[in-house]
Design a protein around this ligand. Sequence first.
Ligand SMILES: C[S@@+](CC[C@H](N)C(=O)[O-])C[C@H]1O[C@@H](n2cnc3c(N)ncnc32)[C@H](O)[C@@H]1O
Length: 223
Amino acid sequence: MQNKLLYNGEGKYMQNDPFPPSEFDEWAETYDRSVSIDQFPFWGYESLLDRIVALAEAKPGLSVLDLGTGTGNLALRFAALGCNLWCTDFSAPMLEKAHQKLPGAYCVLHDLRGEWPAELNRTFDRIVSAFVFHHFELNEKVRILLSLLPRLAPGGLIVLGDIAFCNQAALEQAKVKTGDEWEEEFYWLADESLFALGQVGLTAHYEQISRCAGVFILASIQK
Ligand SMILES: C[S@@+](CC[C@H](N)C(=O)[O-])C[C@H]1O[C@@H](n2cnc3c(N)ncnc32)[C@H](O)[C@@H]1O
């Protein structure tokens, strides 16, 4: 059988990278346990993944690209509904875990901040992601989202779930409730993010799913 675990050889990482792959490598072993504990930042983890699948209108035969797939929990839901999966992550141990759960998926080692890998030179009906983009500052989020548009098939959708709040006030409330468990990362604020996306001509919709997570939906420009 063709080996579908692909390494694209992109081994160069940024200097002073606040989120290098090594941050995630060790976590691969215990990640599924982390998400099963109903605490920040994974309050409502399962509901968020379910909502991404519902908003993506998953159905058999769709080509789905899952960015930052981790151990493959989101991709697995799409695969169970008959979709064809491509999964990326920049942590090799995470990607290995995903590959074990999804032997039929193409798994590509790739840093989302880097050049697009040749292995993914095609379009996808759906581009999805969960709990990944909060590692990027807002301008980087917008840059990456813009770069994904040519990868979307006509009529396609981008559906991103992540740690997100309606606005700064909602974030502050969650921070107080979370207490010592809170970590400072680049969490989405829906109001400023929708504005920033609008500034570059992207129309997105936002839905709050739990007290610390929400989903952004962007449609392909081509019908
Ligand atoms: C919190 S986990 C989320 C995993 C999975 N999507 C889920 O919902 O369970 C974040 C994942 O994003 C990956 N990641 C973080 N930054 C990345 C980047 N710049 N490029 C590719 N993957 C990245 C990590 O390796 C990790 O597997």
